[in-house]
Design a protein around this ligand. Structure first.
Ligand code: SF4
Ligand code: SF4
Length: 394
């Protein structure tokens, strides 16, 4: 069975093993099969007919967090993200790799009103102690603040789960942009319900492409499209490649992580009027901001004037959230997270910031006070009166 991967990319790996220490699943298991090199070897075996799309191959692919840390450090420039997406596309098309219940879950992300109603029901079930403790979730909101557009200088992509579970982040982003004199337009969430990243990562390429077309149609004009979720931003920036059209490439060129865009216009922020926050903040770099968008420094540029930043000493190791990974592989995700929690604890900071909602939720579910960087900046611009450290954990 030929995998839907580029043969040239598959042979690029020289098996040097330099990526192994950076791979979160290899770090916690010590298994070659759970390493980038081992996964590429398994892909080659299938591609060259020495193995089939069996349960073992499926497990090797499925346990990858798709953090792309291996890609970032590979001296041979192996495009691991492409390879993994192609392998999963093959599994999704040829096997029962994505079962029906998961496909229904991914489809639910594209129906925004139903998603909001389902999230409220889940929040209610949490209050009634009906959600089993093994389901690793922070406390979900029963109510969400309304979002109102403030102008048309930029668009803000609002997405699916983030809008349902972390809408206060969007509200904080709009306030920070407003403080910088930037008017924000909002899309109709029914027209742009989800970026399709989770679908793409699961190998559901047709669904991901259909969502890309819908999202592109929801942001007419030439205004920049800002994204406050690193995973969604990486997906929107990839539409040019995913769809392979000039229109998609033009759209992707309009997409910016909100920190990236704002850091380049930092002088517009009234930072002289901001309050210096009294507690230090640890900075967690989401994989899709650091390894894919390479925009992690922008978070530091924006926050350094208002709060003491403390760096983690784990060289950007993944936290284990990985989109749907924490839900599908709770044990491995928990083991990976345990290392991140130790690194956060070593900083001594009572708060950690992450520019990706999945990471923040995953860390908050372990009791960490995890916030979005622009929530912290918003607080400083507002005078630093809200939410003391420890008041926001799961
Ligand atoms: S993916 Fe890159 S770093 Fe890892 S073993 Fe292959 S060539 Fe070496
Ligand atoms: S993407 Fe991340 S989890 Fe997957 S092989 Fe590479 S480093 Fe390991």
């Amino acid at each position: 069975m030929a995998l839907r991967v580029d043969e040239e990319e598959l042979v690029t790996c020289v098996s040097c093993g330099l990526c192994l220490p950076h791979c979160p699943t290899y770090r916690v298991t010590g298994d070659e099969s759970a390493s980038p090199r081992g996964r590429i070897a398994a892909m080659r075996a299938v591609q060259h007919g020495a193995a089939g799309l069996d349960a073992e191959f499926t497990r090797y692919m499925d346990e990858c967090v798709q953090c792309r840390a291996c890609e970032a450090v590979c001296p041979s420039a192996v495009q691991f993200g492409h390879l993994m997406t192609g392998a999963r596309e093959t599994l999704a098309a040829e096997t029962h790799y994505v079962p029906r219940w998961q496909r229904l879950g991914y489809r639910a992300l594209t129906h925004h009103r139903a998603l909001l109603a389902g999230s409220r029901a889940l929040a209610l079930a949490q209050r009634l102690h009906l959600v089993p403790s093994r389901v690793s979730l922070p406390r979900l909101p029963l109510r969400r603040p309304p979002l109102r557009p403030t102008g048309d200088d930029v668009w803000l992509f609002t997405g699916c789960v983030m809008d349902a579970w972390q809408r206060p982040v969007h509200a904080a982003v709009i306030r920070v942009l407003d403080a910088a004199g930037v008017g924000v337009a909002l899309p109709d969430p029914r027209a742009a319900p989800c970026c399709g990243a989770l679908h793409h990562h699961a190998g559901l390429a047709a669904e991901a492409r259909a969502l890309a077309h819908r999202v592109m149609g929801a942001f007419p004009g030439e205004a920049p499209v800002l994204v406050d979720s690193a995973g969604c931003g990486a997906a929107l920036k990839d539409y040019g490649e995913l769809l392979g059209t000039d229109d998609a490439a033009r759209f992707s060129a309009r997409v910016f992580d909100v920190h990236e865009w704002l850091a380049a216009r930092r002088d517009r922020l009234p930072l002289d009027d901001a309050t210096q926050l009294p507690w230090p903040v640890a900075v967690h770099d989401p994989c899709h901001l650091r390894h894919v968008q390479h925009a992690q420094d922008a978070v530091r540029v924006l926050l350094a004037p208002v709060v003491e930043l403390r760096e983690l000493d784990d060289d950007g190791l993944c936290c284990g959230a990985g989109g749907a990974y924490a839900a599908l592989h709770p044990e491995l995700a928990g083991e990976i997270r345990a290392r991140k929690l130790e690194a956060i604890a070593r900083t001594g900071a009572p708060i950690v910031v992450s520019a990706n909602p999945g990471c923040a939720l995953h860390l908050a579910a372990a009791g960490v006070d995890a916030r979005h960087p622009l929530e912290v900046l918003d607080e400083a611009l507002a005078g630093g009166s809200a939410d003391r450290p420890g008041s926001r954990h799961g």
